[in-house]
Design a protein around this ligand. Structure first.
Ligand code: ZN
Length: 297
C-alpha cells in the first residue's frame, strides 16, 4: 500500500515525467554532488563517477566568504547524494544551511588531514587549494568519499584519481620551474585579500594584502598606508586585483604607490568556463604565469 501511494504522489508532483522520451530520461542524472564553491566543483567533476551531476553553490567569480545562501540552494542540498566542502572555516554559512535543508547524507571535507596555516589574529587560513601539493590531498579525500558513496564504481574512480593527480603533480613541477627563474628576493606580490599564503609557502613567494584571510571587513587606513610604504620601500612591482574582490582598493594602492597592476589573480573562485581560469588546473597555471610575468617585468 505505501508503495502505491508514493508512486501516485510522485506522478502527481511530476506530471511531465510520463511525457519524456525514454532517451532523455536515461540521460537524467541519477545522482547529484553539490560542492560548496566552484573550485571544489571542478575537482569533483574531474573525479566523479559516470552519470553523476556536479554543481556548485557559490559559482565562478563569486566570494564564498560572504555568500548568502538562497532557498533554491537549500532545495539543491536536500536533493544531493553527497556534499563536498572545503572546511577549515571557509564556508562559515554551510553548517547551518545543511541543517535547515534537511540533507542528512555525508559531508566530505576536502581538507581532511591537512595541517592548516595558522597565524596572528587571523586564525586558520582556509585557502589550502592554492598549493598544488595540498590539492593532491583534496583529490585523495574527494575520491575516497566518492568510492565510499558509489562502491560499485570504485575502479573507475581510482583511475580518474590517478589521472588527475598525475596532472596536478606535473603542474606543480612546472610552477616550481617557472618561479625558479625569478630571484627569491624579488618575489613579492600584493593582492587584495590574504588568499595566497599556501601558494607563497609552497613556491617561495611573499604575499602581502590589505585584507585578512576573510573578506568580511574593510582594511584600516593604517593598514593601507603601511602597505603603500612597503610597496615603495621594497620595490614591489607585482600588484594584482582578484576576481572575487572589488578592484578599487588595489587600484588606489597601485596608483598611490606608483606601480602598475599586473592583472587578475583567481583566488577563491574559477573564472567563467571560457575565461582564463575555467578549471582549477587552469587557475593555478594562470596565477603562476601572471605572477612570474609581473615579477620579471
Ligand atoms: Zn579567501
Amino acid at each position: 500500500m505505501p508503495i502505491t501511494r508514493r508512486k501516485t504522489l510522485a506522478l502527481a508532483c511530476a506530471p511531465w515525467a510520463t511525457l519524456q522520451p525514454i532517451a532523455a530520461r536515461a540521460q537524467t542524472p541519477t545522482s547529484r554532488i553539490v560542492a560548496s564553491f566552484s573550485i571544489l566543483a571542478d575537482m569533483a567533476q574531474e573525479l566523479a563517477p559516470a552519470g553523476v551531476q556536479v554543481t556548485a553553490l557559490v559559482g565562478p567569480n563569486a566570494d564564498a566568504h560572504v555568500y548568502e545562501p538562497s532557498p533554491a540552494d537549500g532545495r539543491r542540498l536536500a536533493q544531493a547524494d553527497l556534499v563536498v566542502i572545503n572546511g577549515l572555516g571557509f564556508e562559515g554559512w554551510i553548517e547551518r544551511m545543511i541543517k535547515v535543508s534537511g540533507y542528512r547524507g555525508r559531508v566530505a571535507i576536502a581538507t581532511q588531514g591537512i595541517k592548516p596555516r595558522q597565524g596572528g589574529h587571523h586564525g586558520t587560513d582556509p585557502h589550502a587549494w592554492q598549493d598544488l601539493a595540498m590539492a593532491r590531498r583534496y583529490a585523495v579525500n574527494i575520491s575516497a568519499a566518492f568510492a565510499q558513496r558509489w562502491p560499485e564504481q570504485r575502479e573507475a574512480i581510482a583511475a580518474r584519481e590517478a589521472d588527475y593527480i598525475a596532472r596536478i603533480d606535473r603542474l606543480d613541477r612546472q610552477v616550481r620551474e617557472q618561479l625558479a627563474a625569478v630571484p627569491r628576493e624579488k618575489r613579492r606580490v600584493i593582492t587584495s585579500h590574504d588568499a595566497f599564503g599556501y601558494f607563497g609557502a609552497a613556491y617561495g613567494v611573499d604575499f602581502m594584502a590589505p585584507q585578512g584571510w576573510a573578506t568580511h571587513s574593510e582594511p584600516s587606513a593604517a593598514a593601507v598606508a603601511r602597505l603603500i610604504r612597503q610597496i615603495r620601500n621594497q620595490g614591489v612591482r607585482a600588484v594584482f586585483i582578484e576576481n572575487i574582490s572589488d578592484p578599487r582598493l588595489i587600484e588606489r594602492l597601485a596608483s598611490e604607490a606608483g606601480v602598475r597592476i599586473g592583472g587578475t589573480l583567481y583566488s577563491d573562485a574559477l573564472s567563467a568556463p571560457d575565461g582564463p581560469a575555467g578549471t582549477y588546473l587552469r587557475l593555478m597555471e594562470h596565477n603562476a604565469r601572471s605572477i612570474v610575468t609581473a615579477l620579471q617585468a
